[in-house]
Design a protein. Structure first.
Length: 169
């Protein structure tokens, strides 16, 4: 009987802590990230207000590593991609991470991000990038023979610049 009382005593604060950790922030941008062998797929489905009008944006693109032969002078070998992830600074962004084949891990250490991409599971987190710049990462899971060739590049820009970029799509 004492064991049950102790468990109940521990359960109350534990449940309140778990629920308080769940984010209630309403993100302005939602991005779905899908890991595939050996690249990332980014999917945007958002309604963003530009010039006092709600505009819906939906686009999907792949992000592949640039081969050594195609690199420009001064770029980072094994870290450059053909399509960077362009994001605004100072806006809550929700990432939904999954995979379609094997375990991957979407990691950008300079932003403190590392989330596993698991087939059949949707992991989420919300982040707000604090300063503009280019942030590099890569798959940090041993997902196969070419796992070191899945780089991630996030280009963080001012929110007004981001809205201007959206108008060009």
């Amino acid at each position: 009987m004492v064991k049950k009382q102790i468990l109940v005593l521990i359960a109350g604060p534990s449940f309140s802590l778990v629920f308080s950790l769940d984010s209630i922030i309403n993100p302005e941008i939602n991005i779905k990230v899908v890991g595939r062998q050996w690249y990332w797929i980014y999917s945007f489905d958002n309604a963003i207000e530009i010039n006092n009008e709600k505009n819906s944006y939906h686009f999907v693109y792949d992000s592949n590593m640039i081969a050594d032969d195609d690199l420009n002078e001064g770029t980072h070998r094994l870290l450059e991609v053909n399509n960077k992830l362009l994001l605004p600074v100072g806006v809550p962004i929700r990432f939904l991470i999954t995979s379609v084949d094997v375990l991957h891990s979407w990691a950008v250490p300079s932003l403190g991000l590392k989330v596993d991409a698991v087939p059949g599971r949707l992991n989420q987190f919300i982040v707000e990038i604090k300063k503009p710049g280019t942030f590099y990462g890569q798959c940090s899971e041993l997902c196969g023979s070419m796992h070191g060739f899945m780089p991630i590049v996030i280009q963080a820009i001012d929110y007004d610049e981001y809205k201007e970029w959206l108008k060009t799509l």
